[in-house]
Design a protein around this ligand. Structure first.
Ligand code: PAF
Length: 284
């Protein structure tokens, strides 16, 4: 695996590897991450390895997507383990820039997916999706992948990036892989590392809330307010769980739905202690 910190060197290496020995264009898949890799990330790598001739990954804790009182400084960093995992999984190129090389002095450009960026996590984390869209567009322009892989756990991020790709006519397929869960149902997240053993039961409240909503939906309930009330009851009954939002929205526009049905996204964000966790259930 070749490792790059310099954007231009990464760009040239991707360009070279996209050309096969016979000079033909071959598919490159990109897996953007912030590191502290877990099975969810590795499922994205595996999906790319199954489809793309070349898999590139990035590890970059992107300062632009963190608010001033968020966990940028303490975000888990596990460089050696991450490199070993990516290498073993067959990743050909790893891009791990510094904030200074990604955002040199004078950097002022931002990508704003207006209308979606302010919803769900965007409402409680102003500027978050501007930071995500900006860094992902830069990664797309550097790697020029045919496909880019993201996890369903960050469903709002997926909606924002899909809209960016559509609006800017980027010739990139966004591939979304299912949420990977721990045995107890907790959605895998790098931030799970913050949870103490005592906080773990409260953290399970997120997936329990979604399962309760799913059960009510399976029982025939379609009124989003009544479905959300079922979820709210679980949150209230879970000590140590502090709700940020629980919403029923259209998975593409992130706008609230009047009636739940296919493509409705039930999304939850909640704090356990200082740790903010997210999870969702997409009606298929
Ligand atoms: O999902 C993430 O880990 C990040 O938001 C991403 C897409 C790598 C951009 O920094």
């Amino acid at each position: 695996m070749q490792i790059f910190t310099d954007p231009r060197a990464f760009q040239l290496a991707c360009r070279a590897l996209r050309r096969s020995a016979t000079g033909e264009e071959q598919p490159l898949g990109l897996v953007p991450t912030m590191g502290a890799l877990h099975a969810g990330h590795m499922s994205l790598v595996a999906a790319s390895r199954a489809r793309d001739a070349v898999t590139a990954a990035s590890i970059f804790v992107n300062p632009l997507q963190f608010g001033p009182r968020e966990d940028l400084a303490t975000y888990p960093r596990r460089w050696e383990q991450d490199v070993a995992q990516l290498e073993a999984a067959g990743v050909a190129l790893l891009f791990a820039p510094t904030p200074e090389t990604m955002y040199p002095p004078g950097f002022t450009t931002a990508v704003e997916v207006t209308g979606l960026s302010e919803r769900l996590c965007g409402a409680s984390r102003p500027g978050h999706f501007r930071g995500v869209a900006t860094v992902v567009l830069k990664l797309f322009l550097l790697a020029a992948p045919q496909r880019a892989y993201f996890g369903q756990k960050d469903a709002a991020q997926v909606a924002v990036l899909r809209r960016m790709v559509r609006d800017l006519n980027l010739d990139i397929e966004i591939v979304v892989q299912p949420i990977v869960r721990e045995a107890d149902g907790l959605a895998m997240s790098s931030r799970n590392a913050y949870l103490s053993a005592a906080e773990r039961p409260a953290a399970l409240g997120l997936s329990r809330t979604l399962r309760a909503i799913e059960a009510a939906y399976a029982g025939g309930e379609r009124d989003p307010q009544r479905l959300l009330a079922v979820g709210d009851a679980v949150v209230t009954a879970t000590p140590g769980l502090r709700l940020d939002y629980l919403a029923a929205v259209d998975a593409d526009s992130l706008a609230p739905v009047a009636c739940a049905g296919p493509n409705t996204l039930f999304a939850i964000a909640a704090f356990v202690g200082k740790t903010r966790l997210i999870d969702n259930w997409l009606v298929s």
